[in-house]
Design a protein around this ligand. Structure first.
Ligand code: ZN
Length: 141
């Protein structure tokens, strides 16, 4: 269902030579900037979003911030930043999950670790680990 999102996430990782976990926040910011988008942090925002060529993000703890940036990068890479449908949100989430936790790596580590360890390891909130596990259905126990 999200094969295209996974392919796009993997090619973005490869193209940018990312093999470090958690994926550094500045690396995600740089990829967004390389796509000609500006990033503006607004502490009072409750939700991130793209308007024109600017990405607006709330001030968040690192784990949530990393996921928000990866989600918005998904909209940019999938060319869906102008669409606001449940499907495009699900696709941006899938992109973010595959981008921050690529299958080969995740499927090797997930069986031996708790969700809390995985959350620490990949620098994402525990609920995002659940989301990632839904994409690798075999790993759900
Ligand atoms: Zn979105």
């Amino acid at each position: 269902m999200f094969n295209h999102c996974e392919e796009c996430a993997l090619s973005t990782l490869e193209f940018n030579n990312i093999s470090e976990f958690p994926t550094p926040i500045y690396t995600i910011e740089q990829i967004i900037i390389d796509h000609d988008f500006d990033i503006v942090i607004i502490p009072t925002l409750t939700k991130s979003g793209i308007f024109d060529k600017t990405l607006f993000v709330p001030h968040l703890p690192d784990a949530e911030f990393r996921v928000s940036l990866a989600h918005e990068l998904g909209h940019i890479i999938l060319h869906e930043f102008f669409i606001h449908s449940a499907q495009s949100e699900a696709r941006a989430d899938a992109f973010a999950a595959y981008f921050l936790m690529p299958s080969e790596h995740f499927e090797e580590h997930a069986p031996a670790m708790t969700k809390y360890d995985l959350s620490e390891f990949y620098g994402v909130p525990v609920n995002f680990i659940n989301k990632r596990m839904e994409l690798s259905i075999d790993l759900i126990q």
